[in-house]
Design a protein around this ligand. Sequence first.
Ligand SMILES: NC(=O)c1ccc[n+]([C@@H]2O[C@H](COP(=O)([O-])OP(=O)(O)OC[C@H]3O[C@@H](n4cnc5c(N)ncnc54)[C@H](OP(=O)(O)O)[C@@H]3O)[C@@H](O)[C@H]2O)c1
Length: 282
Amino acid sequence: MDMAGKVALVTGVTSGVGTATAEAIAQTGAELFMVCRNKSKGEAVLADIQQKTGNAKLQLLVGDLAVQADIRRVAQEFLDTGKPLHLLINNAGVVNMHRKITVDGIEETFAVNHLGYFLLTELLRERIVSSAPARIVSVASNAHEFCKEIHFDDLNYENRKYKTFEVYGHSKLANILWTREIARQLQGTGVTANCVHPGAVRTGLGTQNGLLGKIATKLVGPFFRSPAKGAATSVYLATSDKVEGVSGEYFYDCKQLTAKPWARDDATAKRLWDVSQKLVGL
Ligand SMILES: NC(=O)c1ccc[n+]([C@@H]2O[C@H](COP(=O)([O-])OP(=O)(O)OC[C@H]3O[C@@H](n4cnc5c(N)ncnc54)[C@H](OP(=O)(O)O)[C@@H]3O)[C@@H](O)[C@H]2O)c1
C-alpha cells in the first residue's frame, strides 16, 4: 500500500517490537506519531529512526498508558493537530511478576495491555473513521492460551492467586476479544481492526521485574526472534494490500490464525466492551 501522505500512530516505541515497528512505518514515508512514556528515551529513538530512514515527519507524544488521564491528554494532543489518522498500532505492553495497581485503581497489566488500547482507540475513533480507509492493528499474543476466561468477577486479581503468565495471558485474551468487537462495530466504515501474535521476541518485556526479570530475559534471548521479525506481522497488517477489508482477525507470521475458542466468544467480547467502557468512564 502506498503510505505517502498517510498518518500513523504507534505506541510503545522505545523498545523491542514497537521500535522496530516504528522504524518500518517511518521507512514507508508515512507521517508518524510515536507514543512513549519516557521523553528522553523517546527522543533518542526518534533521532535514531530519523537518521536511519530519512523521514522528517516523526513526532513524539509523551504519556504513561497506565494512567487514564495521560491517555486522554495524549489523544487530545493528537486530535489538536487536526490531522487525519489512517493507522493506529496499539503495541505498548507490560508483564509484571508482582501485582501492581495503577493510580486509577486497576491491576497494571490489564490497565496498560487492554484498557490502554481500548481507551486510546475510543478517543481517536471518530478521527480514524473520518480518515477511512484506515486500520487499527493491536499486538496481542499466543499467551491468551494461558487464560481461558475473562475474570469479570475479579479483573484486578484481588481474590485469586497472581500468576504472572496467567495475568499477562488474561490481558492478551482481552486484546483478541476487543479486536473482534471493535471490528464488528466498525463494519461498513472502511476501518479494519486486527491483532497479531509477534512470536517470541528478544525485547525488553519483563526486564523491569528486577534482577530476576533481567536474567530470565537474557537466558531465553538467544532462542527468540529479532524485534524486526517480531514487528513484521504488525507492519504487514498495517501496510499490505493483501489484507484490505480483512477485519476482526488474529495473525501470526503474516498469516491468519484461529485464536483459541475462548478468544472467539462474541458474547464475552461484547461484555468485555461494556465493562471496559465503565472502567475508563466512557
Ligand atoms: N516479546 C515477546 O516475546 C512478545 C510476545 C507476544 C506479545 N508481545 C507483545 O508485544 C508488545 C511489545 O512488547 P515488547 O516485547 O516489544 O516489549 P518491550 O521491549 O518491553 O516494549 C514495551 C514497550 O511498551 C512501553 N510501555 C510499557 N508500559 C507502558 C506504559 N505504562 N505507558 C507507556 N508505554 C509503556 C515500553 O516503554 P518503556 O521503554 O518506557 O518501558 C516499551 O516501549 C506488547 O504488547 C507485548 O505484550 C511480546
